[in-house]
Structure formats: C-alpha cells, structure tokens
Design a protein around this ligand. Structure first.
Ligand code: UDP
Length: 479
C-alpha cells in the first residue's frame, strides 16, 4: 500500500478569533507537514474580508458552509457562547453533506472548541478526530477536567462556593477568572461546557496553541498518569505558538508607513481583538490616560457598547460608518502628532512585528497574546471576555511578561491616572526588564517551532497518525 497524503478537514466556528487560528493551522499542515487541507467555515452576517484573511488561497480549499438561522436566540438575548453553540449544531448536517460530496475524502477531522458535536461525523466516515483549541494548556486542562469535577464534586462545593477551581498539578483557577459558563452550575451554558469537555475526551487528540517552555508544569501534569492523565485520558499535543503569517506586501497599510517614521520601541499598540468593545466612560478614560502619558500610540477603536464587552459575530465588519464622534472632544486634534487612531481593524501581526512598537495594551485574546510574545513585545493586560482573565493571570503571575490593573476591566472602569502609570511603566520604567523575559520566551517559541523542536515534533506526530499507511511504512517515514 502506498502512503496516501493525509487530508485534513478543519472546521472553524464563527468569529475571526476562531477562523484565523484554524487557517493558520491549515497553513502549517499544508506547508510543513504535506497535508491536503480543506477548511470549512460557518458563515456569519459579517464574512471576513480578503485583507483580514490574508491567507494564500493556493495552499488549501476553503468551503463556506450554508448560513444557518438562529433568530429566536438572538431576539431572546442569548449569549454569544449560546449563539455559537447553536450555529455549530445547525451546521452539522451541512458539514456532513459537504464531506459526502468530496471526491477525495479527508482522513482526519479537526474541529475547534465549539465544533465538538461534529466529531460524530468523523466516526461515520472513519476519519481520525482531533480538537484544536487555539488557546493555552491551562485553559484546555480546565475544560478537560470540568467533567470530572462535575461528576465527583458535590453541588455547592465547586463553582457555587466561588472558591478557586483546583486541578491536580496545575495552578488553581480563581473564581473571578472563570469563563461565564462556569460561574454557576444551573444553566444551559454550564451544561454545554461540560458536554464540550466530555466530547473532547473522546477525540484521538487535542491540539493546543502553546509550547513546552511556556507551560511546562501544566503540560507535564497532563502527561503524568499519577497526576492528571488518569482523569484526562486524551493526548494533548502542544503545537504552538502558531500565529498568522505576514500579509501580502502589495497591500502595505498606511499604519505601517506611519510606524516607519517613529523611533524604535516608542509606540504603544492598543487593541481589543476582533470583538472587544469598551463603554463610553472607559473610552473616555483610556483616551485621557494615553494623552496624559505623552507616549506614542496606535489605538484600534470600535464604537462603544453600553457596558463594554464584545461584539464577536459582527465585529469583523470593517469600518462601520467610520465616524469617531465617540472619542472625547478634541482628542484627535490634541494627539495627532503622537497618536494614530484606526477604526475597527488594523494589520495586527505586521504592527506587532514593527521595530517601532514598544508595548501592547491587549484584551489578552490568546492569538493576540502569542503574537505579542513571538514579536518580543511586553503587554499591559486588559482582559474583557472568554478565557482572557485566565490568560492575563498567566501572563502576569507565571510568565512575568505583562502588567495589569487590580481592577477587572470587564466589570469596572480603569481610571486615567492608573492607565497613565501603566503606560509609563511598560514604555519606560519596567519595559526593559519585562522585555528581557518576553525575549526569552520568544526564543523558546522559535526553538519549539523549528524542525526537531517540541511543537514541530508534536504536529509531525499528528501528521503521522493521519497518514494512511501501514505502521512499518510510517516508521520509515518518520526516520
Ligand atoms: N486582529 C487583527 N486586527 C485587528 C484585531 C484583531 O488582525 O484589528 C487579529 C489578531 O491579530 C488576532 C485575532 O484577530 O489574530 C484576534 O484573536 P484573539 O484571540 O486575540 O482575540 P479574539 O478576537 O478571539 O477575542
């Protein structure tokens, strides 16, 4: 039997923060590991633009699944989590039909966190099945351990007591850092979350966008049968940090031209991911804090929401109407010599890679986080939603590559004086010390991804598992 090229079908849930890492995994599998790749994306009312995707269309197929309808949920004010779960559930039959229609059947199905209900399709077509979590191992461990806690810990003793969530061998997760679905046991979101954990445990493996040196202890606990592996009986492959590759050079953004004119490491980049949105009051305080700091900045702004939060599913709509009247009066005129305000979307990876960038005030979405680390940029952590509080805690307390306010920006308004202080700390006072730690992590990331590095080897292992070939040939192939 000849070795057949592995063919991966990747399923991405709605939202740029979900699609981008799946595309990046597709790139990596195609370029470095010889896969044929088909990416299935679930359509939303704000499809990504070409410049947002900036992926090479020759590398793999992208199939956009037919749109699904969930108006009842939207009207009832369901959370984004619930909306995404419903969209993914409704897309299962579309995915099944699309795979049935393919001439060359995929050998492996890789879904993201919200797509675990589609893993049944892999069983139907006798494909291998993996879950790709574009986040860190600490978050993955928590998700995989929740079913055990749910079964074994009595009502009231976990979650309801608001105590830290204890996971053997890992840093406990503070109650206030938990995701919304885990902040109470009697709701549909909690049940869905437990189900996701259970379904992940049935996979042939879980891929996670982290690397050994960043999360040595957590990854070690996951492998150790005496610590966690008996409860979390699935192989977790750290394959990161995978970040999107730089975009096509013919569409160089004006933001980069502006950066070219600024001194080295003098600019703070401020952005809250693909959907992070602030309240009017927080926008006012942030603008004032930036102004008080007198530091250079690029700020990706988005129209305010009443209490801040996120606008994930429509957040990729470029431009909105372009007016910036929600910024404080006179702010643009007063800061135009030192600051650049960009509505809604900016070429983030290119910005972070620019030598003029000295710091990143970030909502700590995991993609943003690793994009910062890979470019050696220290962070001001400003977590807003999803697992970002955990990410911020890890960056500040474990990795030492970020500073943050004691306030939770998802719940409280951080005032201008504190913002000014944080900006000065990261850009002047403690910047070098923190940068030294980021540089170290950056180097370890490069090593992990290079040929023979830990993350490269993890993905090669998955590639081997996915190639249709007798074991003896696989062994030869591996040498
Ligand atoms: N992004 C970008 N330009 C923007 C905002 C976001 O290119 O103006 C990209 C960013 O580089 C990252 C992704 O969108 O790759 C956002 O993912 P992340 O996990 O940081 O946050 P999320 O949007 O999922 O909250």
């Amino acid at each position: 039997m000849a070795i057949r090229k592995p063919h991966a079908a990747l399923l991405a849930s709605p939202g740029m923060g979900h699609l981008i890492p799946v595309l990046e995994l597709g790139n990596r599998l195609a370029i470095h590991h010889g896969f044929d790749v088909t990416v299935f994306a679930v359509q939303t009312d704000a499809p990504p633009t070409k410049s947002q995707l900036h992926t090479n269309p020759n590398l793999f197929n992208i199939i956009v699944l037919p749109p699904v309808d969930i108006p009842g949920l939207v009207d009832a004010g369901a959370t984004i989590f619930t909306q995404i779960i419903a969209m993914m559930r409704q897309s299962i039959s579309n995915l099944r039909s699309a795979i049935t229609a393919m001439k060359s059947r995929p050998t492996v199905l890789i879904v993201d966190l919200f797509g675990t209900e589609s893993l049944v399709i892999a069983d139907e077509f006798e494909m291998l099945k993996y879950v790709y979590v574009p986040s860190n191992a600490w978050f993955v461990v928590m998700t995989l351990y929740v079913p055990t806690l749910d079964k074994e810990v009595a009502e009231g003793e976990y979650v309801c007591e608001k105590k830290p969530l204890r996971i053997p061998g890992c840093k406990p997760v503070r109650f206030e850092d938990l995701l919304d679905p885990l902040q109470g046991r009697k709701n549909q979101m909690y049940d869905d979350y437990v189900r996701i954990g259970v379904e992940m445990l049935t996979a042939d493996g879980v891929l996670v966008n982290t690397w050994e040196d960043l999360e040595h202890t957590t990854i070690g606990a996951l492998r150790d049968h005496k610590i966690l592996r008996h409860a979390v009986n699935v192989t977790v492959h750290p394959i990161g940090p995978m970040i999107r590759l730089a975009g096509p050079s013919d569409s160089r953004s004006k933001v980069l031209d502006w950066l070219d004119m600024q001194p080295t490491r003098s600019v703070l980049y401020v952005s809250f991911g693909s959907g992070g949105t602030l309240s009017v009051q927080q926008i006012t305080e942030l603008a004032a804090g930036l102004e008080l700091s007198q530091k250079r900045f690029i700020w990706v702004v988005r129209p305010p929401m009443e209490h801040g939060g996120f606008n994930y599913l429509s957040a990729s709509k470029e431009g909105c109407d372009g007016t910036l009247d929600y910024l404080p009066k006179g702010f643009l005129a007063r800061t135009h010599k030192v600051g650049l305000v960009v509505p809604v979307w900016a070429p983030q990876t290119e910005i972070l890679a620019h030598p003029s960038i000295g710091g990143f005030l970030s909502h700590c979405g995991w993609n943003s986080t690793i994009e910062s680390i890979v470019n050696g940029v220290p962070l001001i952590a400003w977590p807003l939603y999803a697992e970002q509080n955990m990410n911020a805690t890890m960056l500040v307390e474990e990795a030492g590559v970020a500073i943050r306010s004691k306030l939770l920006p998802s719940k409280e308004v951080v005032m201008r004086e504190e913002i000014e202080k944080m900006v000065r700390r990261i850009m002047v006072k403690d910047g070098n010390e923190i940068r030294a730690r980021v540089e170290k992590l950056k180097n370890s990331a490069e090593k992990a991804l290079s040929k023979g590095g830990s993350s490269y080897n993890s993905l090669s292992k998955v590639a081997m598992e996915s190639a249709e070939a007798p074991d003896e040939i696989k062994t030869l192939f591996e040498q």
